[in-house]
Design a protein around this ligand. Structure first.
Ligand code: NAD
Ligand code: MG
Length: 391
C-alpha cells in the first residue's frame, strides 16, 4: 500500500486542521501540499510561511485577494515558493483534487464538506475524514462511491477511530453492537429547568476536549452524539438500532464493539485528537508521536458508565429518529442544527430552542428516500431558511 506523504488539509486553520499540521510538522516525511481556510488569513499566512504549500484556498474571495497581495508585498517567499491562491467552492474542489496530494484531510466543519469529499474520492485520494456532517447527510452517496472508485477512507472522529481499530482483523458479520461513548458534555446531569438559561459561554466550556465552537455546542446539546450514531451507521454498515450511545464522563474509553460471542473490545487512551488524527494518516503503522498523550492506568482507579438522558437531551433522541427515518431527514436535522447553533452562538435563541428548531424543521420539511446531491443541498437551504425565519 502506498504511504501517506503529501496531504491536502481542508480546514487547516481549525481545531482538527491545526492538530493535523502538528502531526505533519513532527514528521519530516510528511508534507502539507495544500491548505484551506474560510477567512482567517492571518493564521493561514503563518501556515504558508511554515509549510510552503503549492496551493491555498480562502473561501471568501475578497480575503483570498487580500492574502495574495500580502504574500507578494511581504516578499518572504521566493517567486517559486509563492502558492497558487484560489477561493470559493471551486477553490475547495481544486484543493480536494490537488495533483500533488495523495491524501486529503477533510477537517471542514459542516455539510459544506460533502462536495470536496466527493471530489477527493473521484480524484482517487486517500481520505482522512473528520467532517462527520458529510456522512450524516450524504452517507448513502459517499459509501458506494468509495467502493466504486476503490478509495480508502479512515475516520478521524475519536469514537469512529476507536471502532475502526476494534474492528481490525474482525469479520463484519461478527458485530453484535457498537457502544458509542459520550462524555455527556458540560451539562451532563442537568435538567431542562437549569438548561434553559445556559448561554454560549457556558456551553463552550467542555470538560475534556478543546474543539471548534460548532462541535462544542453540539456536545453540550448531545446533537454531536446523534450525528456520530449516523456517522457510525455508514462507516461500519451497522443498523442504527445496534449503535448504542453510552456515557463515559472522562472520555478514556473512545468506544467499544461487542461481538456475537459476547466479547467486547474497547480502545482507550488520553482524550487527545492527535492519536486518531495520526492513526488516520499512518495506519496500520503506529509511530511514536512527539507530543505524547498518555493515559496512566496505574493511577486511573475507575471508569464510570451511565446511560444518556434522552428526555432532557432531546437533540440526541430526535437525531437518532432522523437517522432511522433516513432519506432527507438526516440533512434536515443537520442543516437545522447548523443554523440553530449559529443563532445560539450569536445570542439570538436560547439553549433549548436549538433542539426545538430542529424538531420543527423535521416536522415541516418533507422527506424523500435516497435523495441525490442537488436535492440534499436544496433541502439544506430550506431547513436553514426555516430556522432563520423563526429567529
Ligand atoms: P473548526 O471550526 O475549528 O475548524 C473548521 C475549519 O473549516 C476552519 O479551518 C474553517 O476556516 C473552515 N471552514 C469553516 N466553515 C467553512 C466554510 N463554509 N467553507 C470553507 N471552509 C470553512 O472545526 P473543528 O472543531 O476542527 O471540526 C472540524 C470537523 O471535525 C467537524 O466536522 C467536527 O465535527 C469534526 N470533529 C472535530 C473534533 C475536534 O476535536 N475539534 C473531534 C471530532 C470530530
Ligand atoms: Mg467524536
Amino acid at each position: 500500500m502506498i504511504e501517506t506523504k503529501n496531504i491536502a488539509v481542508l480546514g487547516s486553520t481549525g481545531s482538527i486542521g491545526t492538530q493535523t499540521l502538528t502531526v505533519i510538522r513532527d514528521d519530516e516525511s510528511l508534507r502539507a501540499c495544500a491548505l484551506t481556510a474560510y477567512s482567517n488569513i492571518k493564521l493561514l499566512k503563518e501556515q504558508i510561511y511554515e509549510f510552503k504549500p503549492g496551493l491555498v484556498c480562502v473561501y471568501l474571495p475578497e480575503r483570498a485577494e487580500e492574502l495574495e497581495a500580502e504574500l507578494r508585498a511581504e516578499g518572504i517567499l521566493s517567486h517559486d515558493e509563492l502558492p497558487e491562491v484560489v477561493s470559493g467552492m471551486e477553490g475547495l474542489l481544486k484543493a480536494a483534487s490537488y495533483e500533488e496530494a495523495d491524501t486529503v484531510m477533510v477537517a471542514l466543519v459542516g455539510m459544506i464538506g460533502i462536495r470536496p469529499t466527493l471530489e477527493a474520492i473521484k480524484a482517487h485520494k486517500r481520505i482522512a475524514l473528520a467532517n462527520k456532517e458529510t456522512l450524516v447527510c450524504a452517507g448513502h452517496i459517499i459509501m458506494p462511491k468509495l467502493k466504486e472508485e476503490n478509495v480508502l477512507l479512515r475516520p478521524v472522529d475519536s469514537e469512529h477511530s476507536a471502532i475502526y481499530q476494534c474492528l481490525m482483523g474482525e469479520e463484519p458479520d461478527s458485530i453484535e453492537r457498537i457502544w458509542l461513548t459520550a462524555s455527556g458534555g458540560p451539562f451532563r446531569g442537568m435538567k431542562a429547568s437549569e438548561l434553559k438559561d445556559m448561554k454560549a459561554s457556558d456551553a463552550l466550556k467542555h470538560p475534556n476536549w478543546s474543539m471548534g465552537s460548532k462541535i462544542t455546542i453540539d456536545s453540550s446539546t448531545m446533537v454531536n452524539k446523534a450525528l456520530e450514531v449516523m456517522e457510525a451507521r455508514w462507516l461500519f454498515d451497522v443498523d442504527i438500532d445496534r449503535i448504542t450511545p453510552i456515557i463515559q464522563p472522562k472520555s478514556i474509553i473512545h468506544s467499544m464493539v461487542e461481538f456475537k460471542d459476547g466479547a467486547i473490545k474497547a480502545q482507550l487512551g488520553a482524550p487527545s485528537m492527535l492519536v486518531p488524527i495520526a492513526f488516520s494518516l499512518y495506519a496500520p503503522r503506529r509511530p511514536k508521536l512527539k507530543e505524547e498523550p498518555r493515559l496512566d492506568l496505574s493511577t486511573l482507579k475507575s471508569i464510570e458508565f451511565d446511560m444518556p438522558d434522552m428526555l432532557t437531551f432531546k437533540g440526541l433522541r430526535i437525531g437518532i429518529e432522523a437517522g432511522r427515518e433516513g432519506g432527507l431527514m438526516p440533512t434536515i436535522f443537520n442543516a437545522a442544527n447548523e443554523e440553530a447553533v449559529v443563532l445560539f452562538l450569536e445570542g439570538r435563541i436560547g439553549f433549548l430552542d436549538i433542539a426545538d428548531r430542529i424538531e420543527e424543521a423535521m416536522l415541516r420539511i418533507e422527506n424523500t428516500a435516497k435523495p441525490d446531491l442537488p436535492h440534499i443541498l436544496e433541502t439544506e437551504r430550506k431547513a436553514r431558511e426555516l430556522v432563520r425565519s423563526r429567529a
